[in-house]
Design a protein around this ligand. Sequence first.
Ligand code: GH3
Ligand code: MG
Length: 322
Amino acid sequence: MTGLAEIAAPAWPARKPRLLLVDDQPLHLQVLYRTLSAEHQLFMATSGEQALKVAREQRPDLILLDVVMPDADGFAVLRQLRAQRDTADIPVIFVTAHSGEDIETQCLEAGAVDFIPKPVNPSVVRARVRTHLTLKFQSDLLRALAFIDGLTGVANRRQFDERLSIEWARAQRHGSALSLILVDVDHFKSYNDHYGHQAGDDALRRVAACLREHVRRGTDLVARYGGEEFACLLPDTTAEDARALAQQLLEAVRLLAIPHHHGGIGGVLTASFGVATRAGASRPGWQPAALLGLADAQLYEAKRLGRARVCAAVLGEDAAAG
Ligand code: GH3
Ligand code: MG
């Protein structure tokens, strides 16, 4: 029979799960430490305030929280964890010497995922921790999948839209540059028509992997924008650098040497690139849509000029095709 652990196995990360243990009594912490240290990376806190600080800094996967503590009780700590975006989704198991249905109900109603009575039984603690980590990793995986394109494994449109508005706001705040490259595969309809949809899918996967390989900065994002169209979002990237990168991508896609003898340019699959940059200071009324619109217009221009090329422009300046 397949158990939950087997079904969820792919969701478990390669690293050790990270647990935060919170108890004002060092002796209780020691017991939990001995119980859990072999299979987990442990962080410890002896007060509510310290627990909130460590939770924010270390982002544990799960918190074991003592209910009764002198400074802030477990309920208050849980409320504050939930109130902050960074810690709102971390599951919390309450651990307490007060037993009985009332306290148990109170803990669960407060938003804890489980309740473990003290003195703790090590195998019960390990089993419950494992169950709740499994659920946590499964929900992390589902959330991540909701932002990934199923065919190519790069970010999907939803993630792109979110990141574009975040990066736009950041560029606005700091007066920094933000560039966007839209990439559209050339003559892809005829590629599909001649080589088949399956080969078309493979080609899209290879193009996506190629873009990801060359768009490397931690803050950059490669996304599938639509059918055979991709977007590369490049924070803190000047017009000059974005154009140079687009030029590299153009060559890299060509060098994949995916044969396209039915309308392809030079017998291989190519792509066209539209680059738009928001340089420095913002202007009133500017919206992320303006950057997208400009990149799209540049892409259209690249297609019109014969495809397999880069056209670039800076928001608010005259278009400069290349
Ligand atoms: P252009 O050079 O002007 O971009 O021409 P094109 O043929 O690439 O553009 P068009 O918009 O006419 O055709 C896009 C093609 O991309 C048609 C569509 O079937 C194909 N396509 C879109 N999404 C996918 C996909 O997920 N897999 C495959 N295999 N093909 C796709
Ligand atoms: Mg196309």
